[in-house]
Write a protein that binds this ligand. Structure first.
Ligand SMILES: Cc1cc2nc3c(=O)[nH]c(=O)nc-3n(C[C@H](O)[C@H](O)[C@H](O)COP(=O)(O)OP(=O)(O)OC[C@H]3O[C@@H](n4cnc5c(N)ncnc54)[C@H](O)[C@@H]3O)c2cc1C
Length: 348
């Protein structure tokens, strides 16, 4: 079932399936569960894990299983569903899923905060999250991403003042308190601009400028994509250090960064102009430097896109040897002959 169809089906019944992202027209529920996909509103709704009530599937030995849905509490032993979520098709092929749905969201507002310094992103998120607002999204992107998008589309430049931008979507609560909060934040953090979307088309345009970044990068560049998770408290420091590393050790690449600031999920993209290979490698030394920095700040080499085939060597930056050994034992229990996505996640 395609993600968008699941969302439309829920809507038809007056309910809301909140997992949504730019690939919702092509991604499937099975794929979303297998990657524990999050999406644009994960700060409000969490990841697929929260919306998966049960799964049925087939293991590598051909055994068919079905976990019991519909129980709020069930402490009767290991939870196989939880093990399967995020397993990238290495343990079983998921054939059915039972999904949770919720009430449709209330009307939301969007504000764009412009800043000149990446460390302001982490500081802003640190103040916005506990502010008491019902948040739907806290996204960020840099000016380079907007320049590339405008060039690709042939449209006028957006978001000119500032080096990076934070998009905050929240449920309407009280206009005066909102303005007071964002004004105060702006003064404390030295932000350059605070711009509210005034109309629905403007709201959609703000989102569009965020959602199309990924696609626009691939049109004229080869991209080395790093999908990093960093604890929120360390985000500012991390981004600052990465900037220094890239400017000193990788001046041959340009880079652009964007992501889900509220989830501490940073998509860092190193760019090579006009080379159209879909993927290029950076030097092992630079890669090691980058991921050691991720590890130093308590992060993970994969926030939402999984480890797959090409990042297996990076698993060591977030999992201990002991954890990897146990993961291999789990893989052997579900798929002893390694016929399901061999070589993904684990080098077996
Ligand atoms: C433009 C774009 C934007 C995205 N934005 C986000 C985002 O904001 N947040 C986010 O979390 N992710 C995002 N993603 C990645 C997202 O995780 C995937 O698009 C999607 O969730 C994966 O589903 P899929 O059906 O495309 O799976 P595929 O890409 O086809 O497969 C993904 C993995 O799941 C396995 N798999 C697929 N189906 C099954 C099944 N039935 N049983 C077992 N294993 C299976 C595959 O073998 C593979 O290992 C984005 C991707 C794109 C292209």
């Amino acid at each position: 079932v395609v993600t968008r169809s699941a969302r439309e089906f829920a809507k038809l019944h007056g309910r809301y399936f909140p997992v949504n992202f730019a690939s919702s027209g092509s991604s499937t529920i099975g794929g979303n569960i297998s990657t524990n996909a999050g999406g644009l509103h994960a700060v409000r709704y969490g990841t697929m894990r929260r919306w998966t009530a049960g799964v049925a599937g087939v293991t590598g030995t051909g055994e068919i299983f079905r976990t019991r849905p519909g129980l709020f509490k069930d402490n009767s032993g290991y939870d196989l569903k939880e093990i399967l979520i995020g397993s990238e098709g290495t343990l079983a092929c998921i054939t059915e899923a039972y999904l949770n749905v919720t009430d449709p969201p209330k009307e939301t507002r969007i504000v764009i905060l412009s800043c000149d310094d990446f460390s302001a992103i982490g500081n802003a998120v640190g103040e916005i999250l506990p502010s008491g607002m019902t948040l739907h999204a806290i996204e960020f992107f840099d000016r380079t991403s907007q320049k590339i998008l405008s060039e690709w589309e042939g449209t006028v430049r957006f978001f000119e003042s500032g080096r990076c931008f934070i998009l905050v979507e929240y449920e309407n609560f009280d206009e005066e308190s909102e303005f007071a909060f964002f004004d105060g934040l702006s003064q404390r953090l030295g932000l350059i601009d605070v711009a509210y979307a005034q109309t629905e088309p403007q709201k959609r345009e703000f989102w569009r400028r965020r959602e199309l970044i990924s696609e626009s990068l691939l049109r004229n560049h080869s991209v080395y994509k790093a999908d990093l998770a960093i604890p929120l408290v360390n985000m500012g420091l991390f981004l600052g250090e990465v900037e220094t590393i890239l400017s000193r050790e990788a001046p041959e690449f340009s880079y652009t960064t964007f992501g889900h600031a509220g989830d501490g999920n940073i998509h860092l993209n190193l760019l090579k102009k006009r080379e159209r290979d879909s993927f290029f490698h950076i030097s092992p030394a630079l890669e090691e430097r980058l991921y050691r920095t991720v590890s130093k700040y308590g992060g993970s080499p994969s926030a939402e896109h999984g480890i797959g085939l090409v990042k297996t060597h990076l698993l060591k930056y977030s999992k201990t040897g002991e954890e990897i050994r146990i993961m291999k034992e789990i893989k052997r229990a579900f798929d002893p002959r390694s016929i399901l996505n061999p070589g993904k996640i684990l080098e077996i």
